[in-house]
Design a protein around this ligand. Sequence first.
Ligand code: GLN
Length: 188
Amino acid sequence: MPTIAVLALQGCVERHRPHVEAAGARFLTAKTPADFEQADAFILPGGESTTMLKLIAAFDLEAPLARAFAAKPVWGICAGTILMAETVLNPPQRSFGVLPITVLRNGYGRQLDSAEGEVDGYAVSYIRAPVIDEVHADVETRATRNGKPVWIVAAPHMATTFHAELTLDFPSPMHRAFVDLVRAHYKP
Ligand code: GLN
């Protein structure tokens, strides 16, 4: 059974546990390089990407995370998508660059523009979400909103600009899809 670690520096972490377990994987919260070693894949949760970047720098995690992301599947959610993007605008910001996409932070506007949505018949939440403005080579778009991708896969990585973990119907189709992606890359 693969172990999926949620980066637990900041943001929405525990809500993933029932989804990950219902999708047939082990759930771990990860904060240290030793935790990263235990993980077969990562979820970069929603939260605040600027704060996450500050904590990553403060705890000296940038190099260990870059190594982990180069070797293992990663699912970025909202702020996590921003951390994974090759190019971040509005304003420009550092990122790990593991997904060939350009994102606009807070691309739908301010807090009041947060919204519920539905993807594959499943309720999801857009919370000060980024907009994926451009996708480059080898990116599969699984869902769109207003003509822009909101769920993409560039194997072994995946990103959603929405939160699926807040809906209490386990597992979400996105957790199931990520566990499938992880299984395809998992060598016990
Ligand atoms: N607006 C946040 C950011 O720029 C992302 C919000 C979220 O993750 N729900 O990091």
